[in-house]
Unconditional design. Structure first.
Length: 165
């Protein structure tokens, strides 16, 4: 797998290789940058992998939904995403930075990660099809130096898939 900082400015696509599965690959051309796979068809636990590492993501709560991110094999949270009423929210890394997840349009078909200063880092746009959930990722040039970039792309897609199911 290639590192995200190597593909800033290139078109990235989340694809679902097989229908009716909850496995996704983030690709640049034919190269796979990251994978995201749910452990059960109707559960919220997913395993993600990129050149930067492996993580588990799990949604919990109903009215105050949150997603915990852990390094694979660990029992300690590395980061926590707390969702707002409409799917937007804040991602906070333990002892590290915070990022804002927000919709970019009324229809909520395009979302973005920004810094707390409002600087746009990464966009995720869902591609509507009847049989698969796919989407495009655009990394802003200023985001190339963000160490959490791969996790932002993965968590953004996790959130898009959860919102569309």
């Amino acid at each position: 797998m290639r590192y995200f900082r190597e593909v800033v400015g290139q078109e990235l696509m989340w694809v679902q290789p097989k229908r009716l599965t909850r496995r996704y690959e983030l690709r640049v051309g034919e190269d796979v940058l990251a994978t995201l796979q749910w452990q059960e068809m109707f559960g919220s636990l997913a395993v993600a992998e990129s050149a930067d590492g492996q993580w588990t993501l799990k949604r919990s709560g109903f009215l105050r939904a949150r997603v915990t991110i852990r390094v694979a094999g660990s029992d300690c949270d590395s980061a926590v995403f707390v969702a707002g009423w409409w799917g937007n929210g804040i991602l906070e890394f333990l002892g590290g930075p915070r990022f804002i997840w927000k919709p970019l349009n009324f229809w909520r078909s395009e979302w973005a990660w920004t810094g707390v200063d409002g600087a746009l880092l990464l966009r995720v746009k869902r591609k509507f099809t009847w049989t698969k959930v796919e989407g495009r990722v655009q990394i802003e040039p200023t985001a190339g130096s963000v160490p959490q970039l791969s996790l932002l792309a993965i968590l953004g897609w996790y959130l898009v898939v959860i919102l569309s199911s």
